[in-house]
Design a binder for this molecule. Sequence first.
Ligand SMILES: NCc1[nH]cc(CCC(=O)O)c1CC(=O)O
Length: 325
Amino acid sequence: MTMTARTTTRTIRIGTRGSMLALAQTGAVAKALERAGQRVEVVTISTPGDRSSAPIAEIGVGVFTSALREALVQGRVDVAVHSYKDLPTTPEPGIALAAVPQRADPRDALIARDGLTLAELPPGSTVGTGSPRRSAQLRGLGLGLEVVPIRGNIDTRLGKVFGGELDAVVLARAGLARVDRLNVITETLDPIQLLPAPAQGALAVETRVDDVDVEHLLQSLVDDEVTRVAVTAERAMLAALEAGCSAPVGALADVVEDLDESGSVVERVSLRGVAAAGLDGEAVEILRASAVAEKGEVEQLGRDVAAELLELGAGALPGPGRAAQ
Ligand SMILES: NCc1[nH]cc(CCC(=O)O)c1CC(=O)O
């Protein structure tokens, strides 16, 4: 698609967290602007989430994104690039979602000792994850795995396996791809076993609502409509479950080709959702729902799948403020 993007003579300041992952994904957005002839500067913002090693369940899910949004609203940067799945579902006054770039592979990945797959891990194997969503679904597989809570950046987590402390860890494939570590993956997990977090693998590129030039520039250069449609459905489901980014909720939407009544090919959106119930005891029940809708009706699609999950008993979810992913 050729679209003339109007660059500005301003240097656009792009805010990012300082982790390797954040710098890599911000770099991709910066490059797209530079290729169009736009001058950019990447500005690193330190967030409380980077400075604390407490579990995300305790410090809250906004820790990684709110400092970046604050810098944007205060005019210290003109653009904020976030991992979309880290963003709370409540809209932020003064901030516009300018672009959702093409999504990376949204699936989770297993990094296990000795090249093992999930099915090859013997019962009692330790699997590290800080995510209630991953933990619940792993336990729901009934493989007898022992889920161990962990936190930290990608290298810290991988180090638990390479150092022999744990048998395996589960991470987002997209994060490993961005830091060029796909080679450590021993199995990319089928969404049927482990449904990813809503918007996993996608980025959210934000601007100030009154900065229309930059908003249009980002829209024309880095926005991907298919990704935007899919993640809108996933996040509508999450929002409707009123779980914030905190509950054990997985969602994955695909844009699929379908036939309408007259037999013509149309694009529809298929959304799958999971929620975990009964997390207090050892036993965990994984609730599943799915539906298909027209591309223009993804918000309703998300609410419909959420309603089905609630009907199945997802209402007993832990409240907001707990950890995501
Ligand atoms: N808060 C952690 C986080 N946020 C985004 C990613 C991975 C990249 C993505 O999903 O876009 C990760 C790491 C992980 O879940 O393994």
